[in-house]
Write a protein that binds this ligand. Structure first.
Ligand code: GAR
Length: 204
């Protein structure tokens, strides 16, 4: 898993799929002292910081991080509040096996401060997307999405608080589906991820 911040999504995975349908084998952070690291350590999951400043460039950092994750036999890389872009070489090493959780209904409001963007636009429906990661900004194929009507919302905090339970349910569901080999691109439209109907029970 890759993190940069608080780690509530990491915690949701530690509390649900970890040790059951999947094993969290490593947590890498772009930020030293990210609270997410303590959550991982508490459960005995190996952690390491890959700060941009400690590497000659972004690709060198990505390479070191990919090496470390592959040494730990990671099969899926989950971005849970990881606030950096990953380059093509990293993505090629984890081909179709990098997923991200984002606090908007993509393709609306990609990038940083998605909730602030949505509030500034004046939308009345917010939401969460879990998607495969490609080289663009929050532009990869959608795995799961859930919407939430908040017609009177004004403050980012209240939207984030309302979206948290959605994130904490969708991300574990996506990991379960990946672990069950239940996600495949639609042959007619590879941007469309088809969920094996036999795995419908996995989604809560
Ligand atoms: C989550 O809201 C996640 O959707 C968002 O960062 C937060 C991390 O929270 N990610 C992005 O905005 C990615 N573009 P957490 O550290 O408590 O899991």
């Amino acid at each position: 898993m890759l993190v940069s911040g608080t780690g509530t999504n990491l915690q949701a995975l530690l509390d649900t799929v970890h040790g059951r349908e999947a094993e969290i084998v490593a947590v890498a952070s772009s930020v030293a002292h990210a609270p997410a690291l303590a959550r991982a350590r508490e459960r005995g999951v190996p952690t390491r910081v890959f700060a941009r400043a400690e590497h000659p460039d972004r690709h060198a950092r990505d390479r070191a991080m990919a090496d470390w994750l592959q040494q730990r036999a990671a099969r899926l890389v989950v971005l849970a509040g990881y606030m950096e872009l990953l380059g093509e070489p990293f993505l090629e090493r984890f081909d179709r096996a990098v997923v991200n959780v984002h606090p908007s209904l993509l393709p609306a409001f990609p990038g940083l401060r998605a909730i602030e963007q949505a509030l500034a636009y004046g939308v009345k429906v917010f939401g969460v997307t879990v998607h495969f990661v490609d080289a663009g900004v929050d532009s990869g194929p959608v795995i799961l999405q859930r919407a939430l009507e908040l017609p009177a919302a004004r403050e980012p905090r209240e939207v984030l608080d309302a979206l948290r339970p959605l994130e904490h349910s969708l991300l574990p569901d996506a990991v379960r589906l990946f672990a069950a080999h239940a996600l495949a691109p639609d042959p007619h439209n590879p941007r469309r991820i088809v969920i094996d109907p036999g795995a419908a029970a996995i989604q809560q």
